[in-house]
Design a protein around this ligand. Structure first.
Ligand SMILES: [Zn+2]
Length: 88
């Protein structure tokens, strides 16, 4: 029988969360998350990195920025897509 992630999460909820007090459940969930994270072949988390649009000041997560530096002017300024190409 194959279990879905939701099935497994429900097992955790039933056996780890609902059957014991909140403090103990939280401690066990922390341990469980740590052990599950150890199973991953690549890091599950990354440091958040942001740049600020040099035109309007909006902060932008660096993940969606094109790796070739698209939207960076030659002088190094960055403009988000809605501000790209607007002069003055
Ligand atoms: Zn902008």
């Amino acid at each position: 029988m194959t279990y879905t992630v939701s099935d497994i999460a429900e097992l955790f909820r039933h056996h780890l969360v609902l059957s014991i007090d909140d403090e103990t459940a939280d401690a066990l969930l922390r341990q469980l998350v740590s052990e599950i994270a150890g199973m991953a072949t690549t890091p599950l988390w990354r440091r958040a990195e942001w740049v600020f649009c040099d035109r309007c000041g909006t902060s932008i997560d660096t993940i969606p920025i094109h790796p070739d530096g698209h939207h960076h002017w030659d002088d190094g300024d960055f403009h988000r897509v809605d501000c790209w190409g607007k002069l003055g």
